[in-house]
Design a protein around this ligand. Structure first.
Ligand SMILES: [Zn+2]
Length: 392
């Protein structure tokens, strides 16, 4: 166990803490791209470009099956579908092949130049910031979907040759809990994303993906929150300016009998819903704001209950406390939450400690896979650590 913990600690410190702001959202809510400094991205960008047609069967459009194959539960978002169609039409019109580099979502070459002009014009022409956000998110996702075809494994989002699926142990999450991975589009299909581990282990109904700015996804999440009521929705977001409660303060009251009557399914009214904001630090502020705005339209007040984790409890679970846990990965937050809940008497009989261990195991597997990949690509870990320090 100690070895495992050390692996996580080391790997977390050098693999995840450099997940730096991909771009800072400017005050006028501009969602256009700006460069993202990320080691995995930069190393991957040196790999040969991939053509979008690797797995293209027929027209090459995204099917519902393909969309949900990546972990989504929503129908194929209309705007994503439209953008894919537009990209395909542009490919035909300008007679330039779409190709991608980087971590799957970056267009390259002549096609990129043409497409850049086109999408920037579309973006500028959009009237309000909500439409701009939706377009930004949908375009990011459309590009990532096309660029990852035939390159990433659907289940683990790793390059096929690094697939870790056979090493992941599935496990049942106690049905009284549902996780929502509120993910930034820039984290969608990222190899080093850790939120994806949760549905890999627990399934998409127990840990559900909700993409920021994708109307279809956000609707599903908020429908569930409406049914659950404000008292059963929490966000794990330790913003210093947000009022947060500890797990003990929030859920330590009451008896286990109350929980007994919880329906044994995730969509029941009594399910406890936890939103894990799955984005880099600077993006998460915009994501949290959006949750608050939506909370106002749904519940009439601009707040969403926030809880913070107590690192002492996570330490008890042998996960090394991070200097600021908020910068650590999403899977670590889930481990911390499950571990802390397990310490509360009324939650102690649901095996949440074992479920936390399941996530921890998958995290170790992911870190090993990422490290193996780096070594295979001839990039030393020491160099990475030094580079991270530079960034941080
Ligand atoms: Zn896989």
């Amino acid at each position: 166990m100690l070895a495992t913990t050390n692996t996580i600690s080391k790997a977390l410190s050098f693999t995840f803490k450099f997940c730096l702001p991909p771009y800072i959202l400017s005050s006028d809510k501009t969602y256009m791209e700006s460069p993202r400094r990320n080691l995995l991205t930069s190393s991957a960008s040196r790999s040969p470009p991939r053509e979008a047609s690797i797995e293209d069967t027929g027209d090459g459009f995204i099917t519902l099956q393909e969309w949900q194959g990546w972990g989504a539960v929503s129908p194929l978002p209309a705007m994503v579908k439209q953008i894919v169609e537009d990209l395909k039409a542009l490919e035909k019109n300008i007679d330039a092949q779409m190709n991608f580099g980087g971590n799957g979502g970056k267009l390259q070459g002549d096609f990129k130049i043409q497409e850049d002009k086109k999408h920037r014009a579309t973006y500028q022409a959009l009237g309000d910031s909500e439409k701009k956000l939706q377009f930004f998110s949908a375009r990011q996702i459309a590009c990532r979907l096309l660029g990852s075809r035939g390159y990433l494994c659907h289940m683990c989002w790793l390059a096929m040759e690094d697939c870790m699926c056979s090493k992941v142990k599935h496990c049942t999450l106690w049905p009284g809990i549902r996780f929502w991975l509120y993910m930034h589009p820039k984290d969608f299909l990222r190899q080093n994303n850790t939120g994806k581990l949760l549905w890999q282990i627990f399934g998409v109904q127990a840990a559900t993906l909700c993409l920021f700015g994708i109307a279809e996804d956000e609707e599903i999440m908020w429908d569930a929150f409406r049914r659950a009521g404000k008292s059963r929705v929490w966000c794990l977001y330790p913003n210093k300016n947000a009022v947060t409660m500890s797990v003990q303060d929030t859920l330590g009251h009451g008896s286990s009998e109350e929980l007994e009557c919880m329906p044994m399914m995730t969509d029941g009214d009594k399910t406890l819903n936890f939103v894990l904001i799955d984005g880099t630090w600077s993006n998460s502020a915009a994501m949290f704001s959006r949750l608050k705005e939506k909370a106002k339209t749904v519940w009439g007040e601009e707040s969403i209950p926030c809880i913070s984790l107590n690192m002492a409890a996570s330490e008890m679970h042998k996960l090394r406390p991070q200097p600021s846990w908020d910068r650590t990965c999403t899977a670590a937050a889930a481990i911390g939450l499950l571990s802390e809940l397990h310490l509360l008497p009324k939650f102690s009989s649901y095996g949440l400690d074992k479920q936390a261990e399941g996530v921890e195991h998958a995290l170790v597997v992911l870190l090993e896979a990422l490290t193996t990949r780096r070594l295979r690509m001839g990039r030393s870990i020491t160099r990475k650590v030094r580079h991270n320090r530079d960034i941080c």
